[in-house]
Design a protein. Structure first.
Length: 412
């Protein structure tokens, strides 16, 4: 039986070793991790097949997130290599100045220390988070879901073999093997050893961690993302963006879950949009029975504006203008990613300023809310919090700072 406290004591000790490594040393280890992931692709895919066979009762969205193949494993390895190429973020002087007593004060970036990440389904999170934490000088303690247990352990073994190759403790990257709710409850109260906790997953997991953790948390909540089509939108552009935001990966947290449409566009644009959505197998959910009767087909239904569908299902809300659109987003949005499509710059700027979300888009798909797309190599997650880090979290978000003060005998 794994003793979580003993493991965390070792993780805390490993953080001191990892912090002292140079950026060049960390990059060499990351290159080895990428090579090991790639060379063990067959083993990782076989472990994933074992998870998939046991996951038939899971929702389609979770099964899609769980799935690995050789191309996805190669992408995981390439993400690690991309992270290795990023500039160093720790040990850097952020700013410096001299105070009135003649002290030289420097604000220097430092790792956070030990970062705990609780996540569901996606096994690529294991390698992405491990690489980002390692690059930024942080130890990570991972708690994956039971549905991805064998995939996660196979990836972890590849990462550990790279650490051993460089004579580093395997506790630089640890995995809590107890996948029960009791295991999570024990972990989230270990504030003596863990400096930051990042839960990412379903609403139930986030709420459980939020209400039980004694460790500071940055939550990565659900993605109820909207695309608002303003009356001055370029309609072919709007159609293309909506189709991409919904269909390129319906299970992603940055997929569009609700289209908001200015009412002046209903007669001239809505029929075309509905036709394109239905040709792509999307069910449209209308705001009331009257809209459903007038515009719906057999598979359509009534909207649930609070719901992250994670599937080929899309809510539709018709509004009188930007003020009503902003009101709807303020009430139902999850502070993840929101989009306006318009050729009116003034309206776009009002939207960009007024919307309270980590990522706000003008004439672009919400699907770009992603660490890789932002140039971070990968992401620890997409923070919907406002404290410390917001949006896709890369290595910049995994650091704090300290003040280093140099004097010449000054006393106060």
């Amino acid at each position: 039986m794994q003793d979580i406290e003993v493991m965390l004591i070792s993780a805390k000790r490993s953080a001191r070793i990892l912090e002292r490594l140079s950026d060049e040393q960390r990059n060499a280890v990351l290159e080895s991790m990428a090579d090991r992931i790639e060379s063990q692709s067959k083993i990782i895919c076989e472990a994933n097949a074992r998870d998939i066979s046991a996951a038939q009762n899971l929702p389609l969205a979770m099964r899609k997130r769980l799935e690995l193949n050789s191309a996805k494993v190669r992408f995981m390895a390439d993400s690690i290599r991309d992270i290795a190429k990023l500039p160093c973020t720790t040990g850097q002087v952020i700013k410096s100045w001299k105070n009135k007593a003649g002290l030289e004060i420097a604000q220097v970036s430092v790792p956070l220390g030990v970062i705990g990440v609780i996540y569901e389904s996606r096994p690529n999170v294991t390698s992405d988070v491990s690489a980002l934490c390692f690059k930024s000088g942080n130890v990570c303690v991972l708690k994956g879901g039971k549905e991805a247990f064998y995939s996660n352990m196979a990836i972890l073994q590849a990462l550990h073999s790279a650490l051993e190759q460089h004579s580093l403790p395997k506790e630089c990257i640890s995995m809590i093997e107890d996948t029960s709710r009791e295991g999570i409850l024990e972990f989230v109260k270990m504030d003596k050893y863990v400096d930051l906790l990042i839960p990412r997953g379903g609403e139930g997991l986030i709420e459980f961690v939020k209400h039980n953790a004694t460790i500071p948390i940055i939550k990565h909540d659900k993605g109820v993302c909207h695309t608002y089509i303003h009356e001055k939108a370029q309609q072919d552009k709007a159609q293309e963006i909506v189709l991409n935001a919904k269909l390129s990966y319906p299970a992603a947290c940055n997929a569009c879950e609700c289209v908001i449409l200015d009412e002046v566009l209903v007669e001239q644009f809505l029929p075309t949009l509905l036709q394109k959505l239905r040709e792509s197998g999307v069910r449209v959910m209308f705001e009331n029975e009257e809209w459903l009767k007038n515009w719906g087909v057999a598979d359509d239904g009534l909207a649930d504006f609070n719901k992250e569908w994670g599937d080929k299902i899309l809510n539709l809300k018709v509004v009188s203008g930007i003020n009503e659109a902003l009101e709807h987003i303020a009430h139902y949005g999850s502070s993840h990613s929101e989009c306006i499509i318009t050729q009116d710059e003034q309206v776009a700027q009002i939207f960009m300023r007024a919307v309270d979300a980590a990522c706000v888009y003008w004439n672009a798909s919400t699907r770009f809310s992603d660490g890789g797309e932002f140039g971070f190599g990968a992401e620890v997650g997409i923070s919907t919090s406002k404290i410390h880090a917001r949006g896709p979290m890369g290595i910049e978000s995994l650091r704090s700072y300290k003040y280093c003060i140099t004097g010449n005998g000054q006393v106060r």
